[in-house]
Design a protein around this ligand. Structure first.
Ligand code: R1P
Ligand code: URA
Length: 246
């Protein structure tokens, strides 16, 4: 087991919650204001536990069961820091990423939910492990199975498969469409920027993680949600994720 380098009663440089303030299951959107939206609209008995760098952390209850919600920021380095601290220092067991993604295939529509069974990447996040090959990062199967079953029972349009976790926002990639289309050709249905680091940290620290993503824009059709919709139109995904409170 990897031990935290911080004391049992203190926070970290990035999170001033005390160990014990954070639930075993944490929902993580990239956007801290999305974390606040979930806390304000779905949780009871909510406490704000940290606002270091405005990366808000809330703990409350959903249907009487404890759950926390915290922003991850954008990209693997940011998700890498916050999820590492949650798993290693705060004793968190499950992280459910509640993100947005760009759709990479024509059949993935804006508003659809993707469950990232696996995450492919152009990031070198896994370089730290000294592996002599390419690490295939994947979701915890139990979490994935439960999410799929909830989506089916709630009649939510969803997809399960590989996503492309990129260090570069896909529309800004210097290769343009040639960049993301090659990943789509390999079966990646959507693109985000954090799932790979989350899955690596969970694997290394022997914890559980699942990334669920609502398609906020299609790289194929160029349809997109407004910034307001990004915060408020992700209700199906929130309701599925909240069922993981325990
Ligand atoms: O909506 P979030 O969770 O931030 O996720 C996606 O949106 C951001 C890019 O706009 C990246 O963080 C990407 O992964
Ligand atoms: O990472 C992301 C998120 C939303 N849309 C994209 O195209 N990329």
């Amino acid at each position: 087991m990897v031990k935290s380098i911080f004391g049992p009663k203190e926070g970290t440089p990035h999170n001033n919650a005390c160990p014990g303030d954070i639930a075993k299951t944490v929902l993580m959107p990239g956007d801290p204001l999305r974390a606040k939206f979930v806390a304000d609209n779905y949780l009871e008995n909510v406490k704000e536990n940290s606002s270091v760098r405005n990366m808000l952390v809330f703990t409350g209850t959903y249907k009487g069961r404890p759950v926390s919600v915290m922003g991850s920021g954008m990209g693997c380095p940011s998700m890498g820091i916050y999820s590492y601290e949650l798993f290693c220092h705060y004793g968190v067991e499950n992280i459910i990423r509640i993100g947005t993604c760009g759709g990479l295939t024509a059949d993935v529509e804006v508003g659809d939910v993707l469950f990232a069974q696996a995450s492919s990447t152009d990031s070198n996040y896994a370089y730290q492990y000294g592996l002599s090959g390419t690490y295939a990062a994947c979701a915890d199967y139990g979490l994935l199975e439960k999410a799929v079953s909830l989506a089916r029972s709630m009649n939510v349009r969803h997809w399960v498969g590989n996503v492309f976790s990129s260090d570069i926002f896909s529309l800004y990639n210097a290769e343009g469409e040639e960049g993301w289309k090659k990943w789509a050709r390999m079966g990646c249905a959507g693109t985000d920027m954090e799932s790979y680091a989350l899955y690596c940290n969970a694997a290394y620290l022997k914890k559980k993680a699942l990334t669920m993503l609502t398609c906020s824009d299609s790289n194929v059709t160029r349809k997109e949600m407004t910034p307001e919709e990004r915060q408020t139109s992700l209700v199906n995904m929130f309701k599925i994720a909240l069922e993981f409170a325990e």
